[in-house]
Design a protein around this ligand. Structure first.
Ligand code: PRP
Length: 208
């Protein structure tokens, strides 16, 4: 019987997580990066992996549709849910930053317009500095917003910095370091304690 259900998004982080799973002896022979399968099982049939949209991972875990989720800290910061965050996988490392045209200054005059996938992080950050902001929620191509005058600055994740550079933008202020985290459903942790602890322990050992 499948013991654990893990939810994660596809993409760069998934590829790195798969390598980590292999290191701890969990192999998904069915997995390849072009596959459209949404549910796969490991070769020993102990783990069911479900591929969901990355921002939805916490929802699946909070509601118990998955025992465990692999998700970026940025997603958890933007929309906190009632789960245990048990481990930093140290993969998918990037920063959440304010970015814009070089030497853009923030003043306390008119509210700053901020475009972001992370309006809550943006608002909390600027309000914490006493700067009034108006946020515009976007779902992608955030770097476009300052270029076409939709926003003064953006709050977004920066990994290699290539997207900013190719669009003439720079990091103005770093908000936080982020990376992929392991989150766990609270009821699952109570009922599947040994399996979950073993999984986390194996991952920690592999990372050392
Ligand atoms: C993310 C992020 C930046 C980019 C940063 O976008 O929103 O646009 O990656 O990466 P870099 O620093 O390595 O250039 P994503 O690739 O998820 O695409 P999106 O614009 O569709 O959200």
């Amino acid at each position: 019987m499948t013991q654990l259900t893990i939810a994660m998004g596809k993409g760069r982080t998934a590829d790195r997580a798969m390598k980590l799973f292999e290191q701890v002896g969990i192999r998904f022979s069915d997995y390849h990066d072009k596959s459209r399968k949404l549910v796969i099982y490991d070769d020993d049939n102990k783990v069911k992996l479900i591929f969901v949209k990355a921002v939805d991972v916490p929802t699946y875990v909070e509601n118990g549709a998955a025992d465990i989720g692999i998700v970026g800290k940025d997603t958890i910061m933007e929309d906190p849910v009632d789960v245990y965050e048990l481990m930093d996988l140290g993969i998918g490392k990037c920063i959440v930053a304010v970015a814009g045209f070089p030497e853009k200054e923030f003043t306390n005059g008119a509210p700053l317009t901020v475009a972001s996938k992370y309006p809550t992080i943006a608002k909390d950050y600027f309000n914490g500095q006493g700067i009034r902001v108006e946020t515009i929620k976007l779902n992608g191509s955030i770097e476009l917003a300052p270029l076409i005058g939709l926003a003064d600055v953006i709050v977004d994740i920066v990994e290699t910095g290539t997207t900013l550079k190719e669009n003439g933008l720079v990091v103005l202020e770093k908000i936080a370091d982020v990376s992929a985290r392991v989150i766990v459903n609270k009821a699952s942790y109570a009922t599947k304690t040994s399996q979950i602890q073993q999984f986390i322990g194996d991952l920690k050992a592999a990372l050392e």
